[in-house]
Write a protein of this length. Structure first.
Ligand code: AMP
Length: 210
């Protein structure tokens, strides 16, 4: 089993690219952020614990995240590997992951800090199929209608606001970016310029994965 890691700051476009790469590779997207949001909505003990951190733009403790991933990786669709989106975010998470699956590629999507806030503050997703959009940079083709499934049901994340973004960016620089060096020494780290057209980025990611 070989897995891919999508790495990068909040708002880099990991979720958008994950959906596109999933179509080409067949690997399921495993987003710890999505899993945590589902736990928060369901009101599970994990969700109640995680919400405090998420609302503050802080990382959820490693033991909570690692337990979630260990369960998820047991599911039938993970047998040939998965595409991690937003995981690992700390060195202990990466070490735990190394004991669970082989990571063949780390795709690092780079976007400058000054672009992150505007990218995060305008984004929304389809509540029915999870397609990702942005008010300015990636609007729906028909106003109020999802391009993928036609639904008119959209949602915005509670933590996608200017205040929380700064804490999330800070957590990224302090706790997550040291992982870049960790993966670079393993020779599996591919840097992709994420400050371009969505299609160009997908093209570069797919060639890095060949
Ligand atoms: P995301 O959807 O990836 O932007 O994650 C949203 C929030 O969930 C983050 O700001 C963290 O509070 C939490 N979170 C998601 N993934 C992780 C992770 N791998 N480690 C710690 N916290 C995480």
């Amino acid at each position: 089993m070989e897995s891919i890691v999508l790495f990068g700051p909040p708002g880099a476009g990991k979720g958008t690219q994950a959906q596109r790469i999933m179509e080409s590779t067949g690997l399921p997207q495993v987003s710890t952020g999505d899993m945590l949001r589902a736990a928060v909505s369901a009101g599970t003990p994990t969700g109640v614990e995680a919400k405090k951190y998420m609302d503050a733009g802080l990382l959820v403790p490693d033991d909570v995240i690692i337990a979630l991933i260990k369960d998820r990786i047991q599911e039938a669709d993970a047998i040939n590997g998965v595409m991690f989106d937003g995981f690992p975010r700390t060195i202990p998470q990466a070490e735990a992951l190394a004991g669970i699956t082989v990571v063949s590629h780390v795709i690092a999507i780079e976007v400058p800090d000054d672009k992150i806030v505007e990218r995060i503050c305008g984004r929304f997703t389809c509540a029915d199929c999870s397609a990702v959009f942005h008010d300015l940079f990636n609007p729906t083709k028909i106003d109020g209608k999802c391009d993928t499934c036609g639904s008119g049901n959209f949602k915005r994340r509670a933590d996608d606001n200017a205040d929380t973004v700064m804490s999330r960016l800070n957590a990224y620089h302090e706790q997550t970016s040291p992982l870049a060096e960790w993966y670079q020494t393993k020779g599996i780290f591919h840097i992709i310029n994420g400050d371009r057209e969505i299609d160009q980025i997908t093209e570069d990611i797919l060639s890095a994965l060949k």
